[in-house]
Write a protein that binds this ligand. Structure first.
Ligand code: AMP
Ligand code: MG
Length: 533
């Protein structure tokens, strides 16, 4: 089908966001407040020499788009150098709470949406260029993105998709041929870096902050229009907008947000900047910046250097922060509903969905079918604190546990040796992996596992399907970046290919499943990331 699929330059774009909502149409790129509007029409600023670095083949096929050549019309579109007649490019206006403080208008300061295209199943997908140049929302920044952060966003959004985590997607990574100046460590040492643009794809990129800015500026007509638009296009199943439907809508947002966070907690993903402007109204992981993957299991860990003081967005805080963000959204939606109390039950839906989803995902990871709910919950909830004490590598622990399950089912008397083997494989040098809590937990788990009626092979295979061997370890992304900056795309290509089947053994790529090497434990980009991107 790839042979006959059209290229992006032949695609017809639809523009419901622009057609149905109030926007500022001057086209002026100057930084400014844009009160009264949901977006500003603005065209990307062309770049010097766009070249395709990576393309998400399966997503392209789903959108009915052929892989473009390294240079040409389609890549020019992906870089913002060409607009086709059906596009109505725009930057959305939103606000947000950053690190708990209201920041006023933020908006798409460097992302420009081109419109939406139909997928082969008839669903509609917005294509947004991140790093496409200044918009009215750029404030004092340049509207551009560097290769290292763009490569990280491209790889991670696709890796998350293949792990089954709700996420926005990425279609392409294009180098611009322009230099972008960044002070990566905020220490006065600004440097030129290669620029890049990611084409992100999602049903919509509307965030909690799009609604918050409307309340903050007293634009209740825009607030309602945006809510109705979101429901009509993305929550159609809820029916025509009404005060009751707004309540059910908020409940559904809460539910989806809980499912997303439950997935993060079970794969070890740390978003890093869970500001309300980085929370998707569809419950998708959005805005991959200083994110990271838990290697030693540590709930206090965050990769984001800006957050080292308060650790507001550390791994273990994510469930609570999402709740805080939902409360901020509830406040923004209050004018749409009869009284302020009716949105409260949705917060309980969030908490319940989070707990049940996390529990169900954890049962799957442990190869257990739901049995005695209270006892099983006690078992799954005892694991994270025991892991935290041990500091074992999260991904390796679960993957090796999967391999160990048949032996645990068969063993009689040599369990301690099996536990020792598991912890040796997952431990970091110098960390006392075997601790009483974890050994006690493993003992309880073994007894519980033996109550399962499925065959050892079925349990083993089920666990392998729930516990990825390959995640985008922070140091792996950094290696792909360093190679790409030196003109070698092979590291990126291999990593991308392996991350598409993260649950498959792929023994020829064992080295990509290795625990973080010593040199990476405090190297910038591997263990710490600034927001500079
Ligand atoms: P983030 O921390 O990536 O979520 O970004 C917060 C806000 O800053 C958003 O409004 C972004 O559009 C804006 N922003 C971040 N980087 C840039 C940039 N290089 N140029 C313009 N705006 C930016
Ligand atoms: Mg953002």
């Amino acid at each position: 089908m790839t042979l006959t699929a059209p290229q992006l330059d032949e695609a017809t774009f639809e523009n419901p966001f622009v057609d149905e909502l109030r926007g500022e149409i001057s086209g002026n790129r100057g930084s400014r407040q844009v009160p009264g509007y949901c977006y500003a029409r603005v065209a990307p600023t062309p770049v010097r020499d766009p070249k395709l670095l990576a393309w998400a083949e399966e997503l392209g096929e789903f959108l009915g788009l052929a892989k473009p050549a390294e240079r040409g019309a389609a890549v020019a579109i992906l870089a913002g150098n060409i607009l086709t007649p059906s596009m109505k490019p725009f930057a959305a206006r939103y606000g947000g709470h950053q690190f708990g403080n209201w920041a006023g208008q933020l908006g798409d300061g460097r992302a420009i949406s081109l419109g939406q295209v139909p997928a082969v199943d008839g669903s509609r997908w917005e294509i947004q260029l991140k790093g496409a140049g200044p918009t009215p929302f750029s404030r004092r920044a340049d509207g551009r993105a560097v290769l290292r952060s763009s490569l990280r966003e491209f790889l991670c959004s696709e890796a998350m998709h293949y792990l089954g985590v709700p996420t926005t997607r990425a279609l392409s990574l294009v180098s611009t041929g322009d230099t972008v100046v960044r002070d990566m460590f905020y220490d006065g040492n600004a440097q030129g870096e290669p620029g890049a643009i990611v084409a992100r794809v999602a049903p919509t990129f509307i965030r909690f902050g799009n609604f918050q800015i409307m309340l903050a500026s007293g634009e209740l007509d825009n607030l309602r229009a945006l809510a109705d638009y979101t429901i009509r296009h993305h929550y159609l199943e809820l029916g025509a907008p009404s005060p009751e439907v707004y309540v059910r809508w908020f409940e559904e947002i809460a539910r989806r947000t809980a499912v997303m966070v439950a997935h993060w907690m079970t794969v070890g993903f740390v978003h890093g900047v869970m500001n309300t402007d980085n929370m998707s109204i569809l419950g998708l992981t959005i805005d991959y910046g200083p994110y990271g993957w838990l290697e030693p299991y540590d709930p206090d860990w965050t990769p984001n250097t800006t957050d080292f003081g308060s650790r507001r967005y550390a791994f273990g805080q994510q469930p609570r922060v999402a709740m805080w963000n939902l409360m901020a959204l509830a406040q923004a939606l209050t004018p749409l509903v009869a009284d302020t109390q009716v949105l409260r039950p949705a917060l309980d839906v969030y908490a319940e969905t989070l707990a049940t989803t996390q529990h169900a995902l954890m049962l799957g990871k442990l190869g257990l079918s739901a049995q005695d709910d209270a006892k099983d919950r006690a078992l799954t909830e005892a694991l994270p604190p025991a892991l935290a004490e041990s500091g074992v590598d999260m991904t390796i622990f679960f993957r090796q546990l999967s391999h160990l399950a048949p032996a645990l089912l068969a063993a009689s008397g040599n369990e301690d040796a099996l536990y020792g083997e598991l912890l040796d494989k997952a431990a970091y040098p110098g960390e006392p992996a075997a601790n009483l809590a974890l050994l006690d937990w493993l003992h309880r788990y073994t007894l519980r596992l033996r109550q399962e009626s499925a065959s050892p092979e079925a349990i083993h295979e089920g666990m392998l399907r729930a516990n990825p061997k390959y995640v985008l370890r922070n140091y792996l992304a950094q290696q792909a970046i360093e190679a790409a900056e030196a003109g070698d795309l092979s590291v990126l290509e291999t990593l991308f290919k392996v991350l598409k089947t993260p649950f498959a053994e792929q023994p020829e790529h064992d080295e990509l499943a290795a625990k973080r090497p010593d040199w990476a434990s405090d190297k910038p980009g591997c263990a710490t990331l600034s927001c500079s991107s």
